[in-house]
Design a protein around this ligand. Sequence first.
Ligand SMILES: C[S@@+](CC[C@H](N)C(=O)[O-])C[C@H]1O[C@@H](n2cnc3c(N)ncnc32)[C@H](O)[C@@H]1O
Length: 293
Amino acid sequence: MKRTGPSLLQLRRNFALEYLCAPMHVILTAAFIKLFGSYRQKVLFDQVRRRQHAFGILEAADIAKRVGAKQVTVVEFGVASGAGLMNLAQICEAVTKETGISFRLIGFDVGKGLPSPIDYRDHPEMFQSGDYPMVNPDALKNSLPSFASLIIGDVKETVPKFLEELDKESPIGYVVFDLDYYSSTVDALAIFEGDREEYLPVFWSYFDDVSGIWFNDWCGELLAINEFNEKHRYRKLRLDHSLMARRVFKNAQWLSMVRSVHILDHPFRSIRSSAREAKVIGNTALGITSKLK
Ligand SMILES: C[S@@+](CC[C@H](N)C(=O)[O-])C[C@H]1O[C@@H](n2cnc3c(N)ncnc32)[C@H](O)[C@@H]1O
């Protein structure tokens, strides 16, 4: 039996479905934005390649500004030949132009393709040992900009070491999980176990293997997420059902593939003694003006 993930044809079909289900005025506006829009507008209208990453990285930059960070760390788990990592680098560059926030981009991969699956939880019906090797690591390294780098090795060993050198000057603000396996994702999720100031207080993560009939809460990335949430009191990953209401293309598949990551013990989320003016809810009938900032 041939083992594959979604084919190019299926991906195109999903994309076509999104467009066919969108109203005509939205499709026409999206076409206009693609030609003449700003980067932020293009992200809102899903007109950027790997739009989920553009969304997550732009949000990270906005949150960084709010909490006073100047640089954000973006991580990709599972690099393979590097198409995704190179695309992430382009997105980071575009978001820097848009917001002024700079990035550090790190790709983690063992280099030799998938290790052996542990059992049914690693989806052996889809993935097998040796799939997706890093075919030309030198060419990939030479193609990356100076703010991007690779960490080669099993995430079981490389993530704990990486946690030791994390820096609150460049908090983690976006993470892509594309390791395919439950077992590898469990090890990679340890990236959220560092010191609280080494993260933005909230940010997005993308999980590549959670959408489709084979994926379920008892296997793969979904099981790893559930176990992580059970294990950690102050670090949580959440499926945000309201995200759809804030997006133009409401049928986009990626909306169900991102999780908001909450660093509940982050100092920005602690109780402060009136650090700012009290907010006021206006009432025009009584001549009261809102002060909500
Ligand atoms: C589907 S590929 C990644 C594709 C890539 N994100 C892209 O956009 O082209 C999955 C990758 O995860 C890596 N991987 C899986 N388990 C790993 C582990 N325990 N440690 C490090 N890398 C691992 C494999 O080497 C493989 O290259």
